[in-house]
Ligand binder design. Sequence first.
Ligand SMILES: Nc1ncnc2c1ncn2[C@@H]1O[C@H](COP(=O)(O)OP(=O)(O)O)[C@@H](O)[C@H]1O
Ligand SMILES: O=P(O)(O)OC[C@H]1O[C@](O)(COP(=O)(O)O)[C@@H](O)[C@@H]1O
Ligand SMILES: [Mg+2]
Length: 475
Amino acid sequence: MESTPLATCVLKCSRNAIHASFFIFLQAYPNPLQNNPAYAIVKQNFVHPEDVVAEEIVIQRNSPRGVHFRRAGPREKVYFRTEDVRACIVTCGGLCPGINTVIREIVCGLNYMYGVDDILGIAGGYRGFYSKNTMPLTPKVVNDIHKRGGTFLRTSRGGHDTKKIVDSIQDRGINQVYIIGGDGTQKGAAAIYREVAKRGLRVVVAGIPKTIDNDIAVIDKSFGFDTAVEEAQRAINAAHVEVESVENGIGIVKLMGRYCGFIAMHATLASRDVDCCLIPESPFYLEGQGGLFEFIEQRLKENGHMVIVVAEGAGQDLVAESMRAIDAKDASGNRLLLDVGPWLSQKIKDHFLVNPKMAVNLKYIDPTYMIRAIPSNASDNIYCTLLAHSAVHGAMAGFTGFTVGPVNSRHAYIPINRVTETQNTVKLTDRMWARLLASTTQPSFLRYDEVMKEKVDKETVQMLDNMTNSSVQLP
Ligand SMILES: Nc1ncnc2c1ncn2[C@@H]1O[C@H](COP(=O)(O)OP(=O)(O)O)[C@@H](O)[C@H]1O
Ligand SMILES: O=P(O)(O)OC[C@H]1O[C@](O)(COP(=O)(O)O)[C@@H](O)[C@@H]1O
Ligand SMILES: [Mg+2]
């Protein structure tokens, strides 16, 4: 490859915005897409270099302009010549519907849009870089994989050894690395990006965010999330059918959500058969006024049955109080949770055992892996295609150290560190949680002073943001 120098490109957008920054290699060659008949009809074939996507779109006249990201999409000039590209794809962490679609569309996107035919699959997650042989990926090989759940390349937790991974990248002559994974994976990608830069390698590192929990910061939503919420409906429906057919039926459905309750919250809102949703962000209590037992009793008296959705990370402190808690971690360092589902079921059974007038009939459903081990639905498939293509356009253009994703519905290149510095959680003071409380009429389990504290914290963050940002120039 021609030795084009690496330039540090800080995203400068006019009118004093806060700037996101990452590296870009100097673009030198015409984009092959300009001769692609499929794209010939597109009105604006290439993204304007100054196009940016605003992180905040609801603003007021005098509020700061805020953070902007580069808009994703094909550039007029690219950094790589087709014949020089050697790309690789790796998938890490837990499963999620749609991973195979992303793999397929990176391979097909690179091949159909840019003519690239040297693409390697890294098997079994990060450790595959240094412990496994690579597999050649062609459009033919990946043609049908989007119809299957899981990851065609396989995955793993742990095993991130930055030095060994970058040695392997260097030894194999790879110059585009596509990394599909969640928050842990993106931290790993950031480490690879830094090591690549330290060694002065002309290698692009592109992250594609994957998480069933929807806990990746900045982006609107993670792929596969809608599919998982849809699948969760089947478990909730089953619980509802079971409990409405018996006297004092209580259905409990445990859903994924290690640190955040997005799946539980959305599945509850979508279903309307759920009477109570418990998530990690909202600590709950069982006994006494305003507690869960009181609510169950009241709901059973009113309706004769009820359904509770509990996110796996909910009530961990409570569970720990009544179990011998062990501080165990998985291979990636994620805390292993205590099983809230059986614990809650037992607690409810025990409580109503001493109340002879209210013998309850409890059905517990744990569809955990079923909601993520399925292929993505139609809209997630399209979303995955866009993510993959945006990553390919960004890599071909020479951007590196970015994660791709939709920000306010427009795909953007986000510096990796922006998506790893925080995790997305359900905000109890946002309207979505209020909608849920209003639809289930469950107790909020929050004391007035706690609500006020969260509100004040949020306002303080906003005020600090305002002090550091510049103002918007409205026409
Ligand atoms: N802080 C970190 N730095 C480097 N690599 C990490 C870090 N956290 C996790 N990883 C690696 O990322 C991969 C996936 O992480 P994991 O937390 O299991 O899943 P996810 O990416 O879905 O959050 C693992 O191979 C793990 O070793
Ligand atoms: O049993 P595994 O494979 O470790 O996965 C379970 C965990 O994975 C998750 O789906 C999240 O995984 P990721 O961080 O990889 O997206 C959690 O909700 C769940 O606790
Ligand atoms: Mg994670």
